[in-house]
Design a binder for this molecule. Structure first.
Ligand code: AHR
Length: 500
């Protein structure tokens, strides 16, 4: 039997709600069709935003949304996306699928979407093909309340009051699609660009996010931090609030990737093992960050993560549309537990991407919308937002095939402001149930209840059968002297709530 000790009176760190953040790029059917259908659409909408999608996202309390990319961000010129829609430039989205981008979703529409969602805003600027002036003017357009050319232009376009930009990204993947820069070069560009991201609003600072590494490129982290912190007083912590990290799970590697829906046991465990790799990445990049920022004032911002498979047969390869199975639910459960357990350093994470692209939480087909297994995992985990991570000790077996082994159980535990404990658990075995003995220290359990997402590893929701995989009560909870015992069926992600 597996064993979990929970030390409820040993608080570790606050779990930033932004760990449950999302990402929406002008890519495939994410923005257009997936979120924005326009005011004249037959699909029910408010100011062009799909009501079904907004409602579903509100239910999982999405805390922050990153936009407009991705690789698209370093080709995006924001002035193309403001003003009367019929006059906005039409162009080809050369990076993603070669389709027409009519710029009908721009800055005003992004803030309207975030208003409807009630979430924070993360705008990603263009370093790769933009200029310092263009970036500075965008910030002025969005946030300045006084008299100025950009604030006046915003008013002329119908928005009197400035919006609030919570996070601003200084470029994206500048080691690749964002300009193919070397780390020292990018770091100097970061220093220059971030200087002109001005804070115009009293009492509100925009958090500046520096472009971080791809996967295990530790040299990037080291050199970028070394250059950014050089000749910067220690109290200015390199003048950055966050450093990003991108990591995608490709079961068969970057070139082949692998099918989203057809896989055997070996590929199932290989995928989960690659999800677990996030833990090592955070530790190793975190160790470098500790050297420059021992007080952990700079957040690690994992602003792109998720499983990336071969596109669904018959779909545009540039649209990155894929289905989502119980395997993805486990990828999400394992990864979110890792983020929670590193919440002393990880301050935001953004699943790629929100609708119709990669490991999406929602898929749409015309007027239809379905929730993926990954959506339900975000539903289960939402209780950790703003909670206090508490100390735990887990004993669990390894499961898998001869080549690919992972811990059977993954977990994280937080305490909310009412003292309720929230455990999120994943059983990675696709054949064996896991019985977990939970011992509580520093608290007692009055009631223990739970919900779970459970299914065979290939199971998914489709437009014909949208509720194949959905949340249900967690049945097998037995109270004991010092805690309780819970049994997780194979291939399950669960949330257990312990009221003292
Ligand atoms: O999420 C898809 C793409 O993956 C993003 O545009 C880019 O930043 C990353 O390479």
């Amino acid at each position: 039997m597996a064993k979990l000790n929970i030390y409820a009176d040993r608080p570790l760190s606050t779990i930033a709600p932004e760990i449950y953040g999302h990402f929406s790029e002008h890519l495939g059917r994410c923005i257009y069709e997936g979120i924005y259908v326009g005011e004249d659409s037959d699909i029910p909408n408010v100011n062009g935003m799909r009501c079904d999608v907004v409602e579903a996202l509100k239910q999982i309390r999405i805390p922050v949304l990153r936009w407009p990319g991705g690789c698209f961000a370093d080709e995006y010129h924001w002035k193309d996306g403001i003003g009367p829609k019929e006059q906005r430039k039409k162009m080809i989205n050369t990076h993603w699928g070669g389709v027409v981008e009519d710029n009908s979703f721009g800055t005003h529409e992004f803030f309207e979407l975030c208003r409807q969602l009630g979430c924070k805003t993360y705008v990603n600027g263009n370093v790769g093909s933009g200029t310092v002036q263009e970036m500075a003017e965008w910030v002025e357009y969005m946030t300045f309340d006084g008299v100025s050319p950009m604030a006046d232009l915003r008013r002329a376009n119908g928005q009197d009051k400035p919006w609030k930009v919570d996070y601003f990204g200084i470029g994206n993947e500048n080691w690749g699609c964002g300009g193919n820069m070397l780390p020292e070069y990018y770091a100097n560009e970061y220093r220059r660009y971030r200087t002109y991201v001005r804070d115009f609003q009293e009492g509100h600072r925009i958090d500046r996010i520096c472009g971080g590494a791809n996967v295990a490129d530790y040299e990037w982290t080291e050199k970028v931090l070394e250059t950014c912190f050089r000749r910067t007083p220690p109290e200015c912590h390199g003048k950055m609030d966050g450093l990003s990290l991108h990591y995608y799970v490709h079961p068969e590697g970057w070139e082949i990737k692998g099918s989203a829906t057809e896989f055997d046991d070996d590929v199932f465990y290989k995928t989960l093992s690659k999800a677990w790799y996030m833990d090592e990445l955070i530790r190793k990049h975190g160790t470098i960050m500790d050297k420059y920022d021992p007080e952990k004032r700079v957040g690690m911002i994992v602003d792109e993560w998720g499983a990336w498979y071969t596109v669904e047969p018959g779909t545009n390869p540039g649209f990155l549309y894929q289905q989502n199975t119980m395997r993805d639910a486990l990828v999400a459960g394992i990864t979110l537990n890792i983020f929670n357990n590193h919440s002393d350093r990880v301050k935001m994470a953004n699943l790629a991407q929100m609708v119709n692209v990669l490991q999406a939480v929602l898929l749409t087909d015309g007027a239809k919308m379905i929730k993926t297994p990954t959506y339900h995992v975000f539903d289960l985990f939402q209780h950790h937002q703003n909670g206090t991570l508490v100390d735990t000790c887990l004993e669990t077996e390894q499961v898998g095939t001869a080549d690919w082994q992972v811990p059977q159980i993954s977990q994280s535990v937080s305490r909310d402001e009412n003292g309720t404990l929230h455990l999120t658990l994943a059983n990675a075995s696709n054949t064996e149930a896991a019985t977990l003995e939970v011992n509580l220290f520093g608290t007692t359990a009055r009631t223990v209840t739970g919900r779970m997402l459970h299914g065979e590893m290939h199971q998914m929701n489709t437009f014909d059968a949208p509720e194949t995989v959905t949340l249900e009560a967690l049945p097998a909870i037995a109270m004991g002297e010092s805690g309780f015992t819970v049994t997780l069926p194979p291939c399950t992600v669960a949330h257990v709530q312990v009221q003292a």
